[in-house]
Design a protein around this ligand. Sequence first.
Ligand code: UGA
Length: 545
Amino acid sequence: MDKNAARVAAWNSDELPFSEPGLAEVVKAATTTTAARKANLSFSTAVDETIRKADLIFVAVETPSGKRDALGYGAAPNLTSFHAVLRHVAKTAEKDFILVNKSTVPVGSAHAAKEIMTPHLRPGIKCHVLSNPEFLAEGTAVSDLTHPDRILIGSDDSEGGKAAAAALASLYSKWVPIDQIITMNSRSSELSKLAANALLAQRISSINALSALCDKMGADITEVSRACGLDHRIGKGMMRSTLGFGGSCFEKDVLHLTSTAAKLGLADVAAYFESVVNINTYQTSRFTENIISQVPSSPTGRRTVVGVLGFAFKPETDDTRCSPAIPVIRDLVLAGYQVNIFDPLVHEAKIQEDLRASLGDNQHKIDEQVFICTDVYEACEGANGIAILNSWSDMRYIPSTDGGNYTTRASNAKVNSISKNAFQLTLSLFAKIIPRMFTPELSLTATSIATSTIEVDDGHIDWERIADGMKNPKYIFDGHNVLDHRLTELGFYIDGVGRPLQTPGFVQETETLSSALNLNGRGFVEKSKVQQLPPSWVQFIPVAE
Ligand code: UGA
């Protein structure tokens, strides 16, 4: 069985090729015929047969960044897969069809797609091309599908184009309120997708630029972000300062927009958007430089060890595309550190592959300096510092009932994951499985679906055990600002992004005032805990024996 056939077989089994909250239930319901409803989802490798039967054909292929543009700004996307699918569909179709493009493509692609397909169409066959960009994020794919902020449908101005847009709108209207389905010209729709990602990425770069100021001035970016986000005009979303955004979309789409602006002669616009990516690169380097300055590499003798927790670009995925973990680890390795890596979802082979590509001529250093570990304890044992590069599990800390330890709840027992590429493909399938929709055959056509399945133990991180196994001083570099600062009680230094350094045994952040007040759950602080509070608070707080 070839790779694609194996993946389609997995879709047809009880073990989906990846896990996404709520997905298994949707697939199960839609593929099962009951007394109440007929199954209206199937998975097949019979691409041509499926194309021939379809009235609407959704295209959701990867359009990765191409080479950097000669003009020096950004990079246009590689459209090889997109064009291949268009030609194949056009040659195969035996009746009129609507091609719905969900891939992120250059502005003008709907128009170009029609021109590419027309010479390949059988005589008399008509097609319309719609732009219907996808806005889901990994981890929230099903809720983003069922409760989208908006659906964009772009078409040309012809009667046929408008009728095609109305047909797609009527499909979405089965579960999306009509006022959230917006029709527009296809160029606006295509640009809106790039614009949305550029605006989201720009917010993260803005908050990350401010985090650099915080680090210099003793301010706390989580407080600044909260203070600003409470202004309804600014809002709270995408305002978390981290070691930098990752994933296959933000950088690619911002570089795409940048390259478009440069080609149109808008150098200032290109420079503006390029700076979003530049700040992101700066933020990741700044994070690594901080590790190197706080936990210096030993010039002689044993290597300094950094335990890395998290390799994927965001939680609950094995997607490593453009993960900030890759440059951080590369730079630590080049600076002579030993790096012990643990990620609950990413396969060892994938980590090796990404690091080899990133280290290039220095990839031989992987054998000597990189250890891929099977759990957090192995990664942190004997470490001089820990770097949290992805909040890959639920990072709440709960004081244990049997002592002063704080714990992290780990992720669920079994996690499967899939690349973004496959998520986008899957979304086009979801669009056909919502109950009450008409029931065309589904086609799993272009692109590969990369999947993996890894067992993750239930339980929690025993931070006391980690503290016992680490070398002093016990530094944790929190690249996602997820750690509870009460962990300093175990002797950790916690160095977040854009936050004051938290030193062992002392609660410094003002936001812990309320949690300090609740230390005993009765609204006053026990005398023994008073020394944990900033001295300036003590006069305001009721203290009891
Ligand atoms: C992103 C967009 O959020 C989706 O709307 C879009 O459809 C998708 O790209 C796409 O074009 O396919 P995704 O990349 O899956 O979705 O994930 P996000 O949740 O947006 O996170 C992207 C990166 O930004 C992650 O590395 C995350 O850690 C980082 N991030 C996110 C921050 O650094 N700070 C934040 O406040 C939020």
